[in-house]
Design a protein around this ligand. Structure first.
Ligand SMILES: [Zn+2]
Length: 136
């Protein structure tokens, strides 16, 4: 874990774990998942997770996949993310921590500098660092 900026840690609910596991384990299968809503705009929750029906989809799975899903739901699973803000255009967005780690060379850089989704310049930095720079 980095020392100079915050990683938000959130424990997933059982519903979120069901949805995540069903989605994950059926990715390569022929099963067509049913969503809570027919409207594409409502197909994902605020964290970008697919809002699929739990029971209807679970019932379609074979026994092996069902047990994999149940195994996943039994665990404590955390969602880790970092709030980012652009030094140039002030655009803010929460980024998945795993994604941050993939793009950040910890040995080279003190903190990650990503490309801003809004202005497309490499000034998208963790909000904590942003605040420190602005308050100097
Ligand atoms: Zn920007």
């Amino acid at each position: 874990m980095p020392e100079n900026f915050t990683v938000n840690k959130r424990l997933l609910t059982d519903e979120e774990k069901y949805r995540r596991a069903i989605f994950f384990y059926t990715f390569d299968s022929n099963i067509k998942l049913e969503y809570e809503s027919d409207n594409f705009d409502d197909a994902f929750d605020e964290y970008g997770q697919p809002l699929i029906k739990i029971k209807d989809n679970f019932d379609k799975l074979d026994d092996e996949t069902k047990s994999l899903v149940l195994e996943f739901v039994k665990q404590d699973v955390y969602d880790e993310s970092v709030d980012f803000k652009c030094i140039r255009c002030n655009y803010e967005e929460r980024v998945d921590y795993e994604e941050v780690c993939d793009l950040w060379d910890e040995d080279e850089e003190e903190y990650p500098k990503l490309y801003c989704p809004e202005c497309d310049k490499p000034y998208f930095i963790p909000l904590d660092i942003w605040n420190k720079k602005k308050n100097k």
